[in-house]
Write a protein that binds this ligand. Structure first.
Ligand SMILES: [Zn+2]
Length: 75
């Protein structure tokens, strides 16, 4: 059983930005500059696909609120 936050998962090839939530779990922004989405390794939530400057704002909001360290389900 993994008890520590998922801080450094394998970097996807289309990784654009990596944020960390309140407990250090990674949140990856992937895709392209015109179509990017985020995925949280702490709680498993994902964001909608937007231009990267909008996705960055959305991801930062999630990182500020999320306190999950690890999840076991797949979306
Ligand atoms: Zn989260």
């Amino acid at each position: 059983m993994k008890l520590s936050p998922h801080t450094a998962p394998v970097e996807p090839t289309d990784l654009l930005i990596r944020f960390h939530n309140q407990v250090g779990a990674a949140i990856d922004v992937t895709g392209s500059l015109s179509r990017a989405r985020w995925s949280c390794h702490g709680c498993g939530d994902t964001g909608y696909e937007y231009a990267v400057h909008l996705t960055r704002e959305d991801t930062n909001g999630h990182a500020t609120a999320c306190r999950a360290a690890y999840h076991r389900f797949q979306r």
